[in-house]
Design a protein around this ligand. Structure first.
Ligand SMILES: [Zn+2]
Length: 265
């Protein structure tokens, strides 16, 4: 979900800079709905500028007094020279409302400062998050996309270990092959089998290696196809070849796209 919120300029700037990481609100009916992984669109009340932040955590307290005891003052928006007092919140919310609803601490991070690790630490799959919110984390993959249907997404790696390094991933989240349903695994490996032949033909490599690890709580099931060229040594070191930068080769991309569709599942 995406929620709109307004912020005073000083709070807005502190969140934008990444010094203020916790937004405080009344835990009323509207705010109760906010979940970890949601997006908050903060608008600067002075300039109308908007920043998008992801919710990394949320905690509810009986009042702002308890909240202030948990978080350091910089993280909730105070400056070093300022004294942090829970009573300051009475300027925003009547005391009776605070007693009725309690206080909500929302840990946020601006999308411009967001890293995959921050999402993983919050129990959010970076791949699913990236796809849900317009490739905001890993960037647009239009110029890498080989194939997509309701089960499979296949694209060239953005940081390839060699030219033609290809990723095949499930659309639905499974953390690894162990937890993915058998039918999906069969579909992905059948697709990989065919695509390997396409890669070998189009990139003129000697072999295509396949690996899948996905070793971690917030990984997203994917397999990797890594070409090995004639001048390269055989062996497992091909799985850890130094990563480079993807360079678009329109001709090879469209040839592989056609190959993926031609013998569709
Ligand atoms: Zn996922």
């Amino acid at each position: 979900m995406v929620y709109d919120m307004k912020l005073w300029p000083d709070s807005f700037e502190a969140i934008q800079a990444g010094t203020k990481t916790v937004e405080m609100r009344l835990n009323d009916e509207k705010r109760k709905k906010i979940q970890i992984g949601d997006i908050l669109q903060f608008m600067n009340t002075l300039t109308q500028e908007v920043i998008c932040c992801v919710v990394l955590d949320k905690r509810v307290f009986p009042s702002f007094k308890e909240l202030y005891e948990v978080y350091d003052k910089i993280s909730i928006g105070y400056k070093e020279s300022e004294e942090a007092k829970p009573e300051d919140m009475y300027a925003y919310y009547p005391k009776e409302d605070i007693e009725t609803y309690g206080a909500l601490a929302i840990q946020v991070c601006s999308l411009s400062l967001l890293t995959p690790k921050l999402l993983v630490d919050s129990g959010i799959c970076p791949t699913c998050f990236d796809r849900k919110y317009g490739n905001c984390l890993y960037g647009d993959i239009t110029d890498k996309l080989i194939y997509q249907d309701e089960k499979i997404v296949c694209f060239f790696a953005g940081n390839p270990r060699t030219t033609g390094h290809t990723i095949i991933s499930s659309v639905v989240h499974y953390k690894d092959m162990l937890t993915a349903p058998k039918d999906l695994v069969i579909d992905i490996y059948s697709f990989a089998h065919r695509l390997m032949q396409g890669i070998q033909k189009i990139f003129q490599c000697e072999s295509v290696y396949l690996c899948t690890m996905c070793d971690g709580p917030m990984n997203h099931f994917h397999i990797q196809l890594i070409p090995r060229y004639k001048d390269e040594m055989r062996g497992s070191r091909n799985f850890v070849k130094e990563r480079g930068t993807y360079v678009l080769d329109k001709e090879k991309l469209s040839l592989l796209q056609a190959y993926a569709i031609e013998e569709n599942l």
